[in-house]
Design a protein around this ligand. Structure first.
Ligand code: SAM
Length: 216
């Protein structure tokens, strides 16, 4: 069992995420590379002339920092936000964290968060964990924060995902997700739906939207 975790160690990351066991999750994903949605968004930015540098990214639900580390490596300034304190002890202990002067951390819940003006909001597998009563306000704040020409990247979880029935999760139908992204041009909107199971054999149906979107 990893420090602070309530589950046995060695389970797949999703087993810890199902229980909101974030210390266990951080241990399970340690050493993994940046998410593909972030890499695609960064490649899109790299192809465009920039009016200002450094650009600012907000990494929402940064976890142990796989995406924050990549952003810093690529010269971005990053505001890394997470609701669990272990995210920051893990993030700051990473051996691959360059340009630390470009990093600001904020230990805060999604509930009531006001996202500051930025070029990119990266939310990798984190928004579904915002409770439904706070989700709409968080999304309004995300859209308002992103500058024209800036991007949102990350995941939204669909209504047919097993976790959609959990009362503290925020999931969207495909139509709702597309409506939320109306202020953006979609550069990636992949619907990924597949059956699965955790290490204990409990079925877990995945229904995930992978998103990279540029604000008009
Ligand atoms: C599945 S993890 C994803 C972490 C990281 N973005 C990644 O891709 O590995 C979800 C993250 O969201 C954070 N989180 C969950 N609920 C939250 C909330 N209500 N407010 C702030 N952060 C929250 C967790 O602490 C965790 O770091």
């Amino acid at each position: 069992m990893s420090a602070g975790s309530t589950l046995p160690s060695g389970l797949p990351a999703q087993a810890y995420a199902a229980q909101r066991d974030w210390p266990g999750y951080f241990e399970a994903v340690a050493g993994k590379p940046a998410r593909e949605t972030l890499l695609l968004a960064l490649d899109r930015f790299d192809r465009e002339p920039s009016t200002h540098r450094p650009r600012l990214a907000v990494d929402l639900g940064c976890g142990e920092g796989r995406d924050t580390a990549e952003l810093l490596r690529r010269g971005w300034h990053v505001l890394a936000i997470d609701g669990h304190p272990d995210a920051f002890s893990r993030l700051l202990a990473r051996g691959d964290l360059p340009h630390r002067d470009g990093l600001t951390t904020l230990h805060a819940p999604f509930e009531g968060l006001r996202v500051p003006e930025c070029d990119l909001v990266n939310a990798s597998f984190s928004l579904p964990f915002c409770p439904p009563h706070a989700f709409d306000a968080l999304w309004v704040s995300i859209v308002a924060a992103i500058r024209r020409g800036g991007r949102f990247c990350g995941q939204l979880f669909g209504d047919r995902d097993t976790w959609a029935s959990l009362p503290d999760r925020s999931h969207q139908t495909r139509e709702h997700a597309l409506a939320m992204l109306d202020p953006f041009d979609l550069e990636r909107f992949d619907e990924d739906e597949k059956p699965g199971a955790d290490a204990l054999g409990t079925p877990k149906h995945w229904h995930v939207f992978h998103v990279v979107a540029r604000k008009r």
